[in-house]
Design a protein around this ligand. Sequence first.
Ligand code: NAD
Ligand code: SER
Length: 315
Amino acid sequence: MEKILVIGCAGQIGSELTIELRKLYGDSNVVATDIKPADKEITEGGPFEILDVLDTHRLFGTVSRNKITQIYHLAAILSGNAEKKPIASWHINMESLLNVLELSRELNLNKVFWPSSIAVFGPTTPRVNTPQFTVMEPSTVYGISKLAGERWLEYYYQKYGVDIRSLRYPGLISHKTEAGGGTTDYAVEIFYEAIREKKYECFLSEQTYLPMQFMDDAIKATIAVMEAPAEKISVRSSYNVAGISFSPEEIVAEIKKRIPEFEITYNPDFRQAIAESWPQSIDDSVAREDWGLNNTYDLKKMVDVMLSEVAKKFD
Ligand code: NAD
Ligand code: SER
């Protein structure tokens, strides 16, 4: 029986992935951790510990005491927040990964999941249908940390045989937990403001195309790549994952069909330059061929679910 450690369980992905992993492996077999308290559903639904992933001693203790066999390491500082504190963010993003990799090597864990991002690409990358293997010159501290992280994953796999799997998530859209300081966060915030205020000031300009994915598809893809037989995993850095590509203008048009009085204004800030350095759409054919990546949400379906779920929070 696998025993799983989730690091960063209180975040946008962790708050949903932990629940799905518990359904799959049993509540008591998924130990959820974060540096901050999590929702009751997580803290009362199975084992939960406060853990700073940078505290190597405690991390080893938690893994040994719970006889952990797999780690999902989700703790990181995302693109927008990382630009405000570049050195501190580099430290958290890289040291935490190296802690997890070293521990996995020493304790011979079965598998590790660590997410990368579309932020590994940069202004010199082809922006449309970005291939799996291409030019990668990221211009953000977050992107540099994700690209360096991908190189470390491949190094630990080649040199020590640590079975680490990874997805380059696009911007993730969800309603359970608010987004954690990224450049794609507008596509989550817009639903809260559409329901609450019927207006939103967008920090990206109207025609800024970015690849996004609905959280249900992201969780499904994460579990699929982790469950795939090792011989199906041909990419040991990180897999491209495409979802739905759209611009603020297009998501606004969909919201207006459902809330005609919704008003949008545009006031691009420093995140505009980040967005313009990232792909507009992604070629994820390698993930589809290797282990059957299959997204099910399009823009319309995602907007329907987001509006109805966010509205329930304010009933
Ligand atoms: P988030 O910011 O919502 O959650 C991260 C969690 O990590 C938070 O709960 C935070 O408290 C925790 N954390 C921070 N420092 C910690 C530490 N020192 N020790 C323990 N926990 C700590 O982020 P998320 O959106 O859930 O992203 C999770 C991972 O997925 C990150 O690696 C991120 O780069 C990657 N990713 C996310 C997206 C997205 O759109 N959400 C896209 C691409 C990649
Ligand atoms: N959603 C993430 C961000 O904007 C992409 O990695 O930082």
